[in-house]
Design a protein around this ligand. Structure first.
Ligand SMILES: [Cu+2]
Length: 129
């Protein structure tokens, strides 16, 4: 009788410790979970002869930028040299480009696929301030 009581007490203690441990682990996990601090700024853009819209993007230093660009009329390209970005923009396809605005300043971007006589003027600017 005494033996089984001892066993039950030990079992209860073991279960209690396990529950406490699990609760502690859950709290730690909850603390480590991203709380939305890593915010992504999504900017939708279109490209067509011979302009990007918007042609000027203003963001803050440190922000993660997600550009979603759709070429409307034909294939274009998007080149943001300062951030090492160059992507083709097939017609009608939303292309997602993600990068961190980790340097401040004004950075030009342009169309990198020849698209006609106005191609050279198809430019824009990313302003990180
Ligand atoms: Cu072009």
């Amino acid at each position: 009788m005494a033996a089984i009581q001892k066993y039950l007490v030990r079992l209860t203690a073991t279960v209690a410790i396990a529950v406490l441990f699990a609760a502690g682990a859950a709290v730690l996990l909850a603390q480590n979970e991203p709380t939305g601090a890593e915010q992504v700024r999504e900017i939708t853009m279109t490209a067509k002869k011979y302009e990007f819209s918007p042609r000027e993007i203003r963001v803050h230093p440190g922000e993660t930028i997600r550009l979603v660009i759709t070429a409307l009329d034909r294939k274009h390209g998007f080149k943001l040299e300062a951030f090492g970005i160059e992507r083709e923009l097939p017609k009608g396809e939303a292309v997602t480009i993600e990068f961190k605005a980790d340097q401040a300043g004004a950075f030009p971007f342009k169309c990198s696929k020849f698209c006609g006589f106005g191609h050279g003027k198809m430019k824009g600017e990313l302003i990180v301030e």
